[in-house]
Design a protein around this ligand. Structure first.
Ligand SMILES: C[S@@+](CC[C@H](N)C(=O)[O-])C[C@H]1O[C@@H](n2cnc3c(N)ncnc32)[C@H](O)[C@@H]1O
Length: 168
């Protein structure tokens, strides 16, 4: 919403979940002329898309198993115009203290969510923080370089959440 409100950009908005796409369509109804919704797996879509100035991923990359993260970052770079920018908002743990940050977050859920909801999100958080999915700061930064981004930098961090900007 802030991006659409403050700029005149056109956005292609992708999620694999039909429910998420429906919610987004309702939320962004006022911007229908500048938004295109795509309900598809990100890797499958990027295999045939192309030529974006900016690619933006919000709390989605962490859902991909480690090998697929590398494939996805490669595909994102291929879909960027030269000089294009990839902006990542996601859980990228610092190199130490991961367990404490996870427990701190989960304690917060227990404080303000009904217990069944808290348990569901905590189960999801624990899976996201497992070796199969967790991003530790050095790994994504090394992977950006490996797949050919010219630069990658974490601009801001609050606990385990970051804003990372990579340039092609
Ligand atoms: C934590 S939610 C974030 C949703 C939204 N981007 C936001 O910031 O509010 C993670 C999203 O990733 C989507 N997702 C998971 N695997 C995906 C895939 N393979 N391709 C595209 N989207 C995927 C899920 O459907 C879910 O909506």
């Amino acid at each position: 919403v802030p991006v659409l409100r403050r700029t005149d950009v056109r956005l292609d908005l992708l999620d694999v979940s039909p429910e998420m796409i429906e919610i987004s369509k309702r939320t962004l109804e006022a911007y229908a002329e500048r938004t295109t919704f795509i309900c598809e797996d990100a890797l499958e879509y990027l295999a045939k898309a192309g030529g974006y100035d900016i690619v933006f991923a919000a709390w989605t990359l962490h859902n991909f198993p480690q090998d697929d993260k590398k494939k996805l970052l490669t595909a994102i770079r291929e879909n960027l115009a030269n000089g294009g920018t990839f902006i990542l908002l996601d859980k990228v743990y610092p190199m130490t203290g991961q367990q404490e940050l996870l427990e701190h977050q989960n304690a917060r859920y227990r404080k303000y969510l009904p217990s069944d909801v808290a348990q569901a999100i905590i189960t999801h958080e624990i899976e996201d923080a497992s070796d199969a999915f967790r991003m530790d700061q050095d790994t994504p930064l090394a992977t950006f370089s490996k797949v050919g981004f010219a630069s990658a930098e974490i601009l801001d961090r609050i606990e385990r959440d970051v804003i990372l900007v990579a340039k092609k």
